[in-house]
Design a protein around this ligand. Structure first.
Ligand code: MLT
Length: 275
């Protein structure tokens, strides 16, 4: 479905019952990255997966693509869906957005899921690389940029085992307009450091990471899990930066186990038969 918010309309999938879980996709993907784990996670939750502005079935306006803008969209979406408190989760750029939401509106969080992401800001060299990429896109070299960038979303094992995955992700990335690519790169470059936010988030948290991730490697996940007051860490073997598409079964199992333990369903009450 499409949900109209102030100034932007987002494409959103919303299925299942139980604790509301809003999962945010990474760059330059869409909510399609959650498709392989959707049915499993919906056994334990109401799973809401928006396309962030600029991606998938959402509007792609000109203008700001900062992490705070995406976070405000997510908050407005939660308001429109009548969610008071919810679990927010994000993959990579989606994690940056989730942490900005947590920074400004911790009272809305029932839980947190961080997937192959980091709380720290870009390093000075990282900022330079973002600027170079933005410049390439402005020169009309978005396709060449994506040809280099997208393979890094997968681990070496996935490249060997399932070479078509890279082509599929490249196909999703090809749908993203140049102004959105450049806008999000600038938004990621300019995002503040969210490290100090972690210690304040006294909610159940899952930090999940592919063991072969080179963009947000397992050491980063370990550090975030140690800084969060109530976190568990899940390492997904034979996966790189995008475990939900590389190893959907162990990824779904880790998320399900976290949700079932942290948000157990109310016990079934069996009414005695009369007569
Ligand atoms: C992502 O997967 O969302 C991006 O790789 C994040 C980044 O470039 O920092």
């Amino acid at each position: 479905m499409r949900i109209e918010l102030e100034g932007v309309t987002l494409g959103v999938e919303d299925h299942g019952e139980g604790v509301p879980v809003v999962l945010l996709h990474g760059f330059p993907l869409s909510s399609e990255m959650w498709t392989p784990i959707r049915t499993a996670v919906e056994q334990a939750a109401r799973l809401i997966t928006p396309d962030l502005r600029g991606f998938g079935g959402s509007d792609k306006p000109q203008g700001d693509y900062g992490m705070e803008t995406h976070a405000e969209d997510v908050l407005r979406l939660a308001d429109r869906l009548g969610l008071d408190r919810f679990v927010v989760g994000g993959h990579s750029m989606g994690g940056y957005v989730a942490l900005r939401l947590a920074a400004g509106h911790a009272e809305r969080l029932a839980g947190l899921i961080l997937v192959d992401t980091r709380a720290s800001a870009d390093t000075p060299d990282g900022k330079v690389q973002r600027a170079i990429a933005i410049e390439r896109i402005r020169r009309g070299e978005a396709a060449a940029f994506l040809d280099e960038f997208v393979p890094n979303l997968l681990g070496q094992s996935s490249h060997k085992r399932a070479p078509k995955l890279a082509t599929e992700l490249r196909g999703v990335a090809a749908e993203v307009p140049d102004h959105v690519l450049a806008g999000c790169l600038a938004g990621m470059r300019d995002r503040p450091d969210s490290t100090a936010v972690l210690a304040r988030l006294d909610v159940p948290a899952l930090v999940l990471v592919g063991q072969e991730d080179t963009i947000a490697p397992p050491e980063v996940a370990h550090t975030m899990a140690a800084a969060l007051p109530r976190a568990r860490l899940a390492l997904i073997p034979l996966a790189g930066h995008t475990p939900s598409v590389e190893r959907p079964i162990p990824t779904a199992e880790a998320i399900l186990a976290f949700l079932r333990e942290s948000f157990p369903p109310p016990p079934l009450t069996i009414k005695p038969r009369r007569g």
